[in-house]
Design a protein around this ligand. Structure first.
Ligand code: 9J3
Ligand code: ZN
Length: 264
């Protein structure tokens, strides 16, 4: 409990609580204009309004090629209501490549921890990144560039670079069985397999899903993202029950790979 882990936030989780459209925290929203944003294209912050438990970990989320923050907007309030400060970003241009998206994710985290008025609500030592497609590829770039990050979750990630052995950030790759734009066989699977076998890592292949599944509310994406972020950003072992033993194939899970128990 909280006495053992100062980063633990919120009530004991249940299957229902991690699947719910909203978690236990009331959430506020503010926008960051392109003019205020340094090193990224602007965005929207969702944050728990409560300060009773102290600070929260934070997550930056990037969209894919040609897409805007609106394409990942559902994750803002969904994750914030579970106890994270979340920024969903626009990139400088919608054709920015994964390496640039990675830099922009890190700039967005710097904005949250150093510049924005929400910075007093953020624990600058507990940060993670997510992104869709090229934004997911950017999440891998960010994790490689900043090993102090504590979680990365590419969603149907796309990157020409298939080898990520340099990554030291606990990473969950979420792929889709029907993805023809970033097919799992040439993207999420080799990304996963290239991570160090000593790293806490997971590969979740969504069943009956496609490249754009992460652009709309999805219970499976949400429940495992929440569990991964809680487990590794908050060190919250109450969420280990949803990750270990490894989830079995189901109506929504085509395949799941990972190490278990987790080591970090
Ligand atoms: O949604 C994406 O970011 C797709 C990546 C892609 O199709 O790149 C092709 C240049
Ligand atoms: Zn399938």
């Amino acid at each position: 409990h909280a006495a053992d882990n100062p980063y633990e936030r919120g009530p004991d989780p249940t299957e229902a609580s991690i699947e719910a459209p909203r978690g236990p925290y009331a959430v506020a929203e503010k926008s960051v204009s392109a003019l205020e944003a340094t090193g990224f294209g602007g965005g929207t912050i969702h944050y728990p309004t409560s300060t009773a438990e102290g600070t929260f970990g934070a997550v930056a989320i990037a969209p894919g090629y040609t897409a805007l923050q609106s394409s990942v907007a559902w994750l803002g309030p969904r994750l914030a209501s579970q106890g994270f400060v979340v920024i969903t970003i626009d990139t400088h241009t919608t054709v920015d490549q994964p390496a640039s998206r990675g830099d922009q994710l890190l700039a967005a985290l710097d904005h949250l921890t150093r510049r924005d008025s929400v910075r007093s609500r953020v624990d600058s030592g507990r940060l993670g990144v997510m992104g869709h497609s090229m934004g997911g590829g950017g999440s891998l770039e960010a994790a490689k560039d900043r090993p102090s990050l504590q979680a990365a979750i590419p969603l149907t990630g796309w990157n020409l670079d298939k080898t990520w052995s340099e990554v030291r950030v606990p990473t969950m790759l979420i792929g889709a069985d029907g993805d023809t734009i970033a097919p799992v066989a040439t993207h999420s699977q080799p990304f996963y397999e290239s991570l160090p076998s000593t790293l806490d890592r997971a590969y979740l292949e969504l069943n009956d899903a496609g490249h754009f599944t992460p652009n709309a509310p999805d219970t499976t994406i949400a429940k495992y993202s929440v569990s991964w972020l809680k487990r590794f950003i908050d060190n919250d072992t109450r969420y280990e029950q949803f990750l270990c033993p490894l989830p079995r194939p189901s109506r929504t899970i085509d395949e799941y790979r990972g190490n278990c128990p987790h080591t970090s």
